[in-house]
Write a protein that binds this ligand. Structure first.
Ligand code: NDP
Ligand code: 8X3
Length: 250
């Protein structure tokens, strides 16, 4: 098992859900953290809670390329990059979709991921060590009705992860895509713009994954011996068998 002592982990979207859970499990495992998100207060609160750990917070919008470039120029070596920041907006037929929603999803889930990866991976190659983890989704494996553009962004993440692994072949850098099904976080609140009743129906009658369930899988990927690369992990609640197949007790 690989030790995380003295390894620096940069986690995007650390102010909530899966990213926040990753911060907790990686801190517990002895890693140093660089936490990225837009909500400064959330990051400050988390950093306070993890006061026994080295935590550097970066208040940053991953869609803003110039800001990402400037912020990363202040950051020292990153050993593990967790490309987690992401969101969905709306659940509409494509022919009725909102351009603004599409742009936000594409800018965050694809372009933001590419910016961070492009800027951090060369340093990993130079140092001869590193691991890039992407948060994909069951939605990137199987499209569901009205999910069109969100599903497309997660399919893109799966392809980017596969392509990066190919392009890094011959280096010791590892690449993993961790692809969960339903995880109860603020994800559906964001998708439905704060409509809590609608957000709750997504998880109604079943037991979803928790952010911690996913963070533990990411930790497992990161702590395999150096010759082991978990390329893709698809994980779902026991009550889920595909993007559209759920066991709900109503
Ligand atoms: P949350 O809404 O709880 O967390 C999303 C995080 O992303 C927040 O910390 C948010 O921080 C950050 N974020 C969003 N946009 C930006 C941005 N432009 N710049 C920087 N940070 C940003 O959702 P989850 O924890 O569920 O989602 C995490 C990832 O997991 C996403 O990529 C999502 O697609 C994926 N996923 C989620 C599943 C689920 O069912 N929940 C299932 C499969 C995959 P802030 O607003 O402070 O910037
Ligand atoms: C998030 C899971 O099914 O809500 O990627 O799209 S789902």
């Amino acid at each position: 098992m690989m030790s995380l002592q003295n390894q620096t982990v940069l986690i995007t979207g650390a102010s909530s859900g899966i990213g926040e859970a990753c911060a907790r499990v990686f801190a517990e495992a002895g890693a140093k953290l660089i936490l990225v998100a837009r909500r400064q207060e959330r990051l400050e609160e988390l950093a306070k809670e993890l006061s026994n750990t080295s935590v550097h917070s970066l208040v940053l919008d991953v869609c803003d390329r110039a800001a990402v470039e400037a912020a990363l120029s202040t950051v020292s070596a990153v050993d593990i990059l967790i490309n987690n920041a992401g969101l969905s907006r709306g659940l509409n037929k494509l022919q009725e979709g909102e351009f603004q929603d599409w742009e936000e999803m594409i800018d965050t889930n694809i372009k933001g991921v590419l910016y961070l990866t492009r800027l951090i991976v060369p340093g990993m190659i130079n140092r001869g060590r590193g691991h890039v983890v992407f948060l994909g989704s069951t939605a990137g494996h199987q499209t569901y009705p009205n999910g069109n553009v969100y599903c497309a962004t997660k399919a893109a993440v799966r392809v980017i992860s596969e392509g990066l692994k190919q392009d890094l072949l011959g280096t010791p850098i590892r690449v993993s895509s961790v692809d969960p099904g339903l995880v109860e976080t603020e994800f559906s609140q964001v998708r439905f713009r704060g409509n809590s009743d609608r957000a709750k129906t997504v998880y109604q009658g079943l037991t979803p994954l928790t952010p911690m369930d996913v963070a533990e899988v990411i930790l497992f990927c990161a702590t395999r011996p150096p010759h082991v690369n978990l390329s893709e992990v698809l994980l779902m609640p026991t009550d889920q068998a595909g993007s559209m197949l759920f066991n709900r007790q109503t």
